[in-house]
Design a protein around this ligand. Structure first.
Ligand SMILES: Cc1cc2nc3c(=O)[nH]c(=O)nc-3n(C[C@H](O)[C@H](O)[C@H](O)COP(=O)(O)OP(=O)(O)OC[C@H]3O[C@@H](n4cnc5c(N)ncnc54)[C@H](O)[C@@H]3O)c2cc1C
Length: 354
């Protein structure tokens, strides 16, 4: 085991930090924490149970120079088959959802009218208008969408039934049915995970205050595009830890649209077998969805060990039983090479190989 992730050092360091609370799990199996059910073990998996504990955890890991990986719902990742050389930090406990009045918030609002509605009820005389739905990073995205439906709030219908968490959806700038998360984002709370804060390992004063990236204010933020967010490695917040996000919502949910999105996912076989969602991003250069390119290359149904390109969808690799990361990598390489030969297009992976 690398000295940097020596749990004999890390575990007591975490336990003795006055701000850390939560679970610490040695030799944690990773496959059950992913939707594709692939992965070896993490020497250490840490599950902080509050935002403050998450901050403490990252602070300790950074101070001890222990490399770490932030895990959301595990729905877009493939862990390696053997031991992982990073501490896994799960944000799943940070799952709170709350509804805030626009008037109570401290940031400027872009397109939001200033008539506020609180607790899901229109204030007297207020036009049906905007509210802010705040979700912890570990909140399952489909729960946030269901919460909106239950409270007659519009804005997240397109994200109905998408696997994963709000933190992961923000990181990946998840896109469903022509809507991307950044379209409805007001702000993201985060703090430096790797090397942020001007190079100082622990730049945040205690008691700490998270940084807030405002997305929906008039100036907006330029780091968002198709499947890209500023939190990805090349972005301005690359390596930062997402703590939570706030979304613009308004009274008047569209339950028919939400039901249609769920039914469409089921009809497309998204949940038939374990998978990590779309394998490749769609490339504009290709003029066709990546799944069609893989299909045209004759690779639907191609098998490597326990992994298979779904016979019903060229852009999904499923785990038919006992698949390994190596199996998935082999199919990805096969599809990329075949599509490149056929069309000249180089497909780009959407799934993250950790
Ligand atoms: C059946 C199926 C259907 C899918 N359909 C879609 C779809 O329609 N559209 C779409 O866009 N995606 C889709 N996906 C992919 C996936 O659901 C989304 O990308 C999801 O938003 C990922 O969230 P997650 O919490 O599972 O992230 P993970 O898979 O856990 O992590 C993904 C990346 O985000 C990073 N990350 C996660 N949380 C944080 C955090 N708090 N702070 C910093 N970094 C973090 C991780 O380090 C990792 O690099 C689908 C997946 C499946 C299995």
């Amino acid at each position: 085991m690398s000295a940097a992730i020596d749990r004999e050092i890390l575990t007591p360091a975490l336990r003795s930090d006055p701000y850390f609370t939560g679970g610490i799990f040695p030799d944690a199996p990773l496959a059950p924490r992913t939707t594709i059910r692939i992965g070896g073990t993490a020497a250490l998996l840490v599950e902080p149970d509050t935002v403050t504990a998450l901050e403490a955890c990252v602070r300790v890991l950074r101070a001890l120079e222990a490399p770490f990986f932030i895990l959301g719902g595990g729905s877009n990742i493939v862990f390696p088959d053997g031991p992982l050389d990073r501490v896994v930090v799960s944000v799943s406990a940070l799952s709170a959802i709350s509804l805030e009045s626009a008037a109570n918030t401290a940031v400027p609002y872009g397109s939001m009218p200033d008539k506020a509605i609180t607790n899901g009820t229109a204030a007297d005389g207020a036009a049906p208008g905007a509210m802010v739905l705040h979700c912890g990073a570990g909140c399952p995205t489909d729960e946030a969408a269901d919460f909106c439906l239950a409270h007659n709030l519009a804005g997240l219908e397109s994200f109905t039934a998408i696997p994963g968490t709000i933190g992961g959806a923000v990181y990946m700038n998840a896109r469903c049915y022509d809507h991307q998360i950044s379209d409805v984002l007001e702000w993201v709370d985060h703090f430096p995970g790797v090397g942020g804060g001007g190079g100082s390992p622990n730049p945040l004063p205690r008691p700490w205050a998270p940084l807030r990236l405002c997305v929906g204010n008039p100036s907006g933020h330029s780091g968002w595009s198709y499947k890209k967010s500023p939190f990805q490695p090349s972005g301005s917040c690359g390596g930062d830890v997402i703590l939570g996000a706030a979304f613009r919502v308004r009274v008047g949910a569209d339950p028919e649209r939400a039901a249609w999105c769920r039914a469409d996912r089921e009809a497309r076989g998204h949940f038939r077998l374990p998978s990590a969602g779309s394998v490749f991003k769609n490339s504009r250069l290709a003029g066709k969805p990546s799944g069609q390119l893989v299909d045209q290359a004759g690779l639907k149904g191609a098998v490597s060990g326990g992994a298979q390109i779904a016979p019903w969808h060229g852009n999904i690799i499923v785990n038919t039983g006992g698949a390994t990361a190596a199996d998935v990598r082999a199919l990805v390489a096969l599809a990329k090479e075949a599509v490149r030969k056929n069309t000249g297009v180089t497909l780009e992976e959407e799934i993250v190989f950790v």
